[in-house]
Design a protein around this ligand. Structure first.
Ligand code: GAP
Length: 515
């Protein structure tokens, strides 16, 4: 565990050192849970967004995009339920004066039981070697059984308390489980209170009677309030989807784990409108489609899992998360929700507008049901970074840090180096870039020895490097070096585009998921 924490710390500092992610307003010592993306981060982030957008809007004839404003009519948030119910249960420790999410404290306690069970299993696996049967060990080992029973009982009690919104019971669980504050080490807890996560601001001058508006806590509502506009102007027939990428804001109290939980973040959401009664079938289809999107990146199927929700929102009839194996455990990256007709019906009620679909096949009007896929760009970014960061031992005893990014997501696709700064080599290298920069992101580097330049490119995940030398001037060939294998081969300049373009294009990823 400690080792994993070290790896995570290294990833965070790598992000800063190589221009991926900086603390916001860094010269003022940063702002809690807010981050800026640097010169390489923004490219990687844009590539993630492009991969998502194109998988939705290019590959599906019945999905279109929009870009709604961040500010929305304040009634939107009344109708969506956010004003009344977008709360976190908070608890304070009186000694450290630190504030925590009560549900997160309990989830951490559940994870502790899981860790204890895993430790017993790992120990036994080591002891018994090939003869070890995990299922049998789980079913028979007294200590594992005891931990499992405690975990299951806690889980059941926790789910019940959450579903009933029972704040007193949440506090009681924390006391009964003897959960201590990680800072003070004491159990001197306050009551649990609800805290609304929306940021408020005012529109108009106060003299005119300003009104309170909110920074949107999710992009989805911008889609719901535009359902009629898009359906009518696009003459869309059910089933159809509306996709959007944009900023969302939440006043997260417990901001942890770098860009995993931020106060300003970006979402990629798609609302898929379907005929009532078909929603669970579509829910299952979208689960598979979204998992395939993740797995096409090649990070290994074992690093993903579905986590079905214990607590369903009052309007949902199914919900699951896609979790990714981060250095701090399996964590939610994307949510897939069957939201029934709750949002559209509620907006119809609050706005007084009829929001329905006339079905030409059955000659009836109804409110469509909705399947939502909602993924955080920043969490996706973090999962890509965590999986790609690699410290590799080389045969000569050196260590190299390499970001094994999927080539299609890499910020820079090709680096071109002149071997030396003389004999016309820089000019030849620039000539190559001038031609290839129309097709993918290229970078010119002439400082330091070639070896150092390779290392710098490895550290930002650049899949290909080209070196121009004296032979290039004679026969128009260059050395092409592969990031992962470090193999070098001599190729014609005229062949570079053909060799690289297909490997680094978003299309190469899209082909894997198009069926
Ligand atoms: N419209 C549904 C919705 O917003 P959510 O589960 O609250 O659902 C969806 O959020 C996704 O947005 C999450 O799976 C996560 O990737 C991302 N997300 C949510 N809160 C976040 C935060 N504070 N910081 C970064 N990403 C966040």
């Amino acid at each position: 565990m400690a080792q994993q924490e070290d790896v995570f710390k290294k990833i965070v500092s790598h992000c800063k050192e190589y221009g991926f992610v900086f603390p916001s307003s860094d010269i003022y010592d940063g702002l809690g849970a807010v981050y800026d993306y640097g010169q390489n981060g923004v490219e990687l982030k844009n590539n993630i967004k492009q991969y998502w957008w194109q998988s939705m809007v290019l590959l599906h004839e019945n999905i279109v995009g929009i870009d709604a404003a961040i500010f929305m009519h304040p009634t939107t948030w009344k109708a969506s339920g956010h004003v009344d119910a977008f709360n976190d249960p908070l608890i304070d420790n009186r000694d450290s004066k630190k504030r925590y999410r009560a549900d997160v404290l309990i989830e951490d306690q559940l994870a502790k039981y899981d860790d204890k069970i895993q430790k017993e299993i790992d120990k036994a696996a080591k002891r018994f070697g090939d003869a070890f049967d995990e299922a049998q060990f789980r079913a028979t080992n007294a200590r594992v059984q005891e931990y499992q029973q405690k975990r299951d009982a806690l889980h059941e009690r926790f789910s019940k308390a959450l579903n009933a919104n029972d704040l007193e019971e949440l506090r009681q669980i924390i006391l009964d489980e003897e959960i201590v504050c990680p800072i003070s080490g004491t159990r001197n807890w306050t009551e649990v209170r609800q805290f609304n996560l929306m940021f408020k601001t005012e529109v108009g001058s106060t003299a005119d009677g300003a009104s309170t508006i909110y920074l949107r806590p999710e992009t989805a509502q911008g889609i719901f309030v535009n359902y009629l506009n898009v359906q009518k102007t696009g003459r869309m027939k059910l089933p159809f989807g509306i996709a959007q990428i944009g900023k969302a804001f939440r006043n997260e109290i417990v901001a942890r784990q770098f860009i995993f939980r931020m106060r300003e973040f970006e979402q990629m959401e798609m609302q898929f409108f379907v005929k009532p009664g078909t929603e669970l079938e579509w829910f299952s289809k979208w689960k598979q489609t979204r998992m395939a999107w993740h797995q096409a990146l090649g990070f290994g199927a074992e690093n993903y899992r579905f986590h079905d929700h214990d607590k369903l929102a009052h309007y949902a009839n199914a919900a699951t998360d896609i979790e990714f194996h981060m250095p701090f455990g399996f964590k939610e990256v994307e949510g897939i929700h069957s939201r029934t007709n709750f949002d559209l019906s509620s907006h119809a009620k609050y706005s007084g507008k009829k929001i329905e679909y006339f079905d030409p096949e059955t000659n009836e009007s109804y409110t469509p049901f909705v399947i939502e896929t909602s993924i955080g760009v920043d969490r996706m970014f973090l999962s890509v970074m965590c999986h790609s960061y690699c410290e590799e031992q080389l045969p000569n005893g050196e260590t190299r840090v390499v970001l094994r990014l999927p080539a299609a997501l890499a910020p820079v696709k090709l680096a071109v180096f002149p071997l030396t700064k003389k004999d016309g080599l820089p000019e030849k290298a620039q000539e190559i870039i001038k031609d290839l920069r129309f097709h993918f992101n290229c970078k010119y580097e002439e400082k330091d020895q070639i070896g150092k330049r390779y290392r710098r490119m490895d550290a930002i995940g650049c899949p290909y490097c080209v070196t121009v030398d004296l032979q290039t001037l004679e026969d128009n060939t260059v050395t092409l070096r592969d990031r992962d294998t470090m193999e070098q081969r001599r190729v014609n300049i005229a062949d570079l585009r053909g060799i690289i373009e297909d490997q680094v294009s978003i299309t190469s990823l899209l082909r894997k998921i198009d069926n």
